[in-house]
Design a protein around this ligand. Structure first.
Ligand SMILES: C[S@@+](CC[C@H](N)C(=O)[O-])C[C@H]1O[C@@H](n2cnc3c(N)ncnc32)[C@H](O)[C@@H]1O
Length: 189
């Protein structure tokens, strides 16, 4: 009986663990995706572009890209449709008393296209953001694109249809693990 109770308690504890909370269909919070490795490397080498910026990151996952950027910019908002892990990781970051962490770092729930979420964020951050970051947030397109050339042109076409200009950042095309990645800069036309 004792061991049954213990097992039950262990099962209850496990069901509320961060890993369990993160176990959604796209593994949010369980891994850092290759795109983040590429973007983190680029941003760490070009940190001057972050200085003085307020930044929002879309589809932050574990939050490592935003947390890295928070060393170089004054304000950073991490977002994801699953914001629980992001909030926990911000707490961990704050409790590690990292003297290099200078940004006002926060997390909000943002489901892409959800106008309630967008309105809430814009109410809280009425000055908007200077920079929007996202790593590996169009990965689902891979399933319908036989080659990267088709994928790139599809994304660029979509961006243009929404009034945005998307340009490949020279010298960023590289291989991470067994995947090819690249950084795009997107601006309003
Ligand atoms: C491939 S992961 C990339 C995570 C992180 N940027 C990285 O590179 O490690 C995609 C992220 O987008 C989030 N996501 C997927 N669909 C979303 C949606 N409709 N709205 C908001 N976030 C979404 C997932 O929760 C996940 O964290």
């Amino acid at each position: 009986m004792e061991s049954t109770n213990n097992n039950q308690k262990a099962a209850e504890d496990e069901s509320t663990s961060p890993k369990e909370q993160a176990a959604d269909f796209d593994l949010t919070g369980q891994l850092v995706w290759p795109g983040a490795l590429l973007l983190n490397d680029y941003l760490a080498k070009n940190a001057e572009m972050l200085q003085g910026c307020s930044i929002i990151e879309l589809g932050s996952g574990v939050g490592v890209t935003g947390i890295l950027c928070s060393r170089f910019c004054p304000q950073l908002l991490l977002t994801d449709h699953n914001d629980e892990i992001l909030k926990k990781n911000i707490e961990l970051c704050a409790s590690s008393e990292n003297p290099n962490c200078c940004a006002e770092l926060a997390a909000e729930k943002l489901e892409w296209g959800n106008s309630d979420h967008i309105d809430q964020i814009l109410q809280r951050y009425s000055r908007g953001f200077d920079l929007i970051l996202g790593a590996d947030i169009y990965i689902l397109l891979l399933r319908i694109c036989p080659t990267r050339v088709i994928m790139d042109s599809l994304i660029m076409k979509q961006a243009a249809e929404h009034g945005m200009r998307m340009v490949e950042v020279t010298g960023t095309r590289s291989v991470v693990g067994n995947l090819e990645g690249v950084i795009f800069e997107v601006a309003l036309q």
